[in-house]
Design a protein around this ligand. Structure first.
Ligand code: MSP
Length: 640
């Protein structure tokens, strides 16, 4: 037997720093569908996911929760594994950056790179925020202050190990511009123009971070997160540890969110080049699932909580929504309404009805047994046979949304076929041969639909196979319309129940009780905040003039990856404000938003641009979320 071709797919490693949300589920479900598709089309697949557990942020969160970092991450890892089981994610390996074999391999990699001269020791100079214990480059500062907490920074130096990233500039440029390494293509220019043009060596150790992997030959240094996290992709295969699955390397696909494309397409390939390992075949930078305009960072109430949604509406509903709703590569917005509407429209009305109607007719007209008619012909064979090629084309681009669009176009066509052929009329007129042909064709169509749905909603697809009395196939290659000799159908169960959208919306938005543990963390956070902010009088507060402003134009600030230049309408006035939100918002999504502006702030020059005020944001760990009025108001309105 011919050896199966190998296919290695990975998700990013998730930070266990808070509640798991729908954004994490999005990447993992997409990868799961791709992995399942590849398995079903004859590949030997290795699907890797896991958690990225080191770093200062996690250490801080653990302290706030009154736990050791390891206790803290262990609990969140249990939760994420529970979530993946709930969503029927079939990964082949779950790696944790605290796993012994990973720690050892990271240290071996670091030592090797040091010994061959790709890592060297030097002094790291930068701006340092003492309370956050963080170094920042001048371009990362916002209004000259720490981008995380907004406090003053000082000039400081730290001894650090550096990776000779600059040495790899030319091969990286070739990789990015002359191959299909990075997709979508629209992200290539961004990498080349914003990052490659000014490529410096990279600090890869910190003495200030305690929760990390120690540099083996200089343990007061911790290996800084990216060398630790990125090397998981080879360590999981046994690199430096028996090489058991290294024949899966290079990875076929690293699926990552757009904000971490840089790490995967510049730092990671350079590390691999230094190690003498081949670079991955493809990095796909997908868009974000937005929540009310923001990158989802924390679930609010029951809304968008994957545990609640999967539990309440079933795995199929959640998987289907995640895979179908967001055009692959772009951003998409989650709303409860869109989610519920999708279930009713596609799963209940289209798919559920098609199966139920067909199986009921097979029972009613043929006692449940429908053989292939002797003189069989079908008006929609072409369409059915073309479906596989269409799905395959979409999946070769890793676009689950496009594949599902094709499958559901066929579901609609099948429903139309029922309306056009009107089996009830054929029955009435005694046209049994034609009736048999129609029902057989419909069952064949459903068999193909169920097959092609297997990677996306495996649970529903298997129920459909059971309903039409066909064993679930192990492989999708070569499935042809007209191959079934006889169907013996089941009773015809209701696959998906219609939802009362109004009622569901009310129930989903009902407030939920905070868990006592979460309360404790919030209280501790508040205590911490009080340590640094002194009390002010109401008059002092009212010295700050806050106004609502509308973004009428927005662009990136050159060579500053955190900054956006906003043009704001404030009453009759137009103002320019530079804001450190580029990691969380794209210029396109900013236009039209209303924000809260500190209107009487002294203008300051940032990157040569005079910034006339500051927009308010909430920070949650490393996430920055704009503060906006709850409903649109006239730009220039006072906030008080
Ligand atoms: N730990 C790093 C990745 C290291 S990979 C060696 C990290 N972790 S993360 O938890 O912050 O993000 C992990 C992935 O989840 C990223 O690809 C990110 O884009 C994705 N998502 C987190 N929120 C998201 C949405 N709201 N929408 C879609 N994906 C998002 O970065």
């Amino acid at each position: 037997m011919a050896k199966k071709e190998k296919f290695y797919i990975t998700t990013p490693l998730y930070y266990p720093s808070g509640k798991w949300h729908l954004g994490h589920s999005y990447t993992t479900v997409c990868c799961d569908a791709i992995a399942r598709y590849k398995r079903l089309t004859g590949y030997d697949v290795f699907y890797l996911t896991g958690t990225d557990e080191h770093g200062q942020k996690i250490e801080e969160r653990a302290t706030l929760a009154g736990k050791t970092p390891k206790q803290f991450v262990d609990e969140l890892v249990d939760d994420i594994k529970r979530l993946w089981a709930l969503l029927d994610i079939k990964y082949d390996k779950f790696i944790r950056t605290t796993d012994d074999y990973h720690v050892k391999s990271v240290q071996d990699i670091f030592t090797k790179l040091y010994e061959q001269g790709d890592i060297y020791k030097a002094t790291y100079k930068g701006k340092y925020c003492t309370p956050c214990e963080s170094f920042w480059t001048p371009s990362q500062l916002v209004d000259g202050k720490c981008p995380d907490c907004g406090r003053d920074v000082i000039d400081a130096e730290e001894e650090s190990y550096f990776f000779r990233l600059s040495k790899y500039k030319e091969p990286l440029k070739k990789l990015l511009t002359e191959t299909d390494f990075l997709e979508p293509k629209s992200r290539v220019n961004e990498m080349v123009n914003n990052f490659l043009s000014d490529l410096n060596d990279l600090a890869v150790s910190r003495t200030s971070v305690k929760w990390g992997i120690p540099v083996p030959f200089d343990p007061k240094h911790s290996i800084y997160v990216w060398v630790d996290a990125l090397s998981n992709y080879v360590n999981a295969l046994g690199y430096n540890n028996g090489e058991e699955n290294m024949d899966f390397w290079p990875a076929d696909l690293h699926m990552v969110g757009k904000e971490i494309v840089r790490f995967h397409t510049i730092i990671w390939p350079a590390i691999l080049m230094a190690l003498g390992l081949p670079t991955p075949k493809k990095v796909y930078g997908h868009g974000w699932m937005l929540f009310g305009g923001d990158k989802m960072s924390k679930s609010k109430g029951n809304t968008a909580d994957p545990f609640v949604l999967a539990d309440r509406y079933g795995i199929d509903a959640l998987r289907y929504y995640l895979l179908r709703e967001i055009p692959f590569g772009s951003d998409g917005t989650y709303t409860d309404e869109a989610f519920l509407t999708r279930i009713n429209a596609d799963l209940v009305n289209d798919l559920g009805n098609l199966v139920k109607r067909t199986v009921s007719m097979a029972n009613q007209y043929f006692g449940g047994t429908v053989g292939k008619p002797a003189a069989w012909k079908c008006d929609y064979t072409d369409m059915a046979d073309a479906l596989f090629a269409k799905v395959d084309k979409a999946m070769n681009k890793y676009s689950c949304s496009e594949a599902l669009e094709e499958i559901f176009a066929f579901v609609s066509a099948s429903n139309k076929y029922i309306d056009l052929t009107a089996p009830w009329a054929l029955n009435k007129a005694g046209e049994t041969a034609k009736l048999q042909e129609v029902i057989y064709n419909l069952l064949e169509g459903i068999r193909l639909i169920a097959g092609y749905l297997l990677p996306f909603i495996p649970n529903g697809a298997e129920r459909i196979f059971k309903d039409i009395g066909i064993a679930t196939p192990e492989c999708l290659n070569g499935i042809k319309f007209g191959d079934t000799q006889c169907f013996k159908v089941g009773e015809g169960e209701v696959l998906y129940k219609r939802l009362d959208i109004k009622k569901e919306l009310e129930e989903l938005s009902a407030p939920i009780e905070e868990k006592p543990e979460e309360k404790k963390v919030e209280e501790k956070k508040e205590e911490k905040a009080e340590e640094v902010k002194k009390e002010i009088s109401i008059d002092e507060f009212f010295n700050t003039q806050l106004k609502v402003a509308e973004v009428i134009a927005c662009e990136k600030v050159e060579k500053a990856d955190k900054l956006l230049k906003l043009t704001l309408k404030v009453g009759d006035e137009t103002r320019t404000v530079v804001s450190g939100i580029a990691k969380s918002y794209t210029p396109e999504e900013m236009v039209g938003k209303q924000v809260v502006l500190v209107a009487n702030l002294k203008p300051a020059k940032l990157r040569g641009i005079v910034s006339e005020g500051m927009v308010l944001c909430a920070t949650d760990g490393d996430k920055v979320v704009l503060v906006s009025p709850e409903r649109k108001v006239i730009p220039g309105s006072e906030v008080c």
